[in-house]
Ligand binder design. Sequence first.
Ligand code: FE2
Length: 159
Amino acid sequence: MALITWSNEYCVNINEIDEEHQELINLINNLEDAYKAWQIKLVDHSLFRWYFNEFTMFMNYHFQTEERIFKERNYRNLDYHENEYDILSTKLLETQKNIAKAEMFAAEEIINFITHWLNQHILSIFQMQAQTHAKIQKTPTEKSRFDVLDDFGELLTPA
Ligand SMILES: [Fe+2]
């Protein structure tokens, strides 16, 4: 049984990104299968290592895709997106060393880590979309509560 199944809840309504997220889910499920086969000694760590490298390469490619699309769409909080990937890259590098030494604990740990990471990552895209959409919706004539306070500030400032 697959560890994660694609559902519409993951859909960010950008085809290229949704397709790549589906591929990431496939790769996570492959990692899970390779881990289980390794655990029952059906295979050694080589299969997991192979899928792990596939996942790492695809994740790097996916990061480039998202950076390009988010910039094209003027999404806000791109720093958060970069930071998310830095954290994941550090973890992947650490895991790569442990997997090369055939440390089985590292396999289980990274599967849990990236499953949680992917959920948080998709949630953060929804947040970026909501923030960007809210900014676009606001016309120059609209006044937020803070804009009104700014106006008062100007009035109260001595000439
Ligand atoms: Fe993504």
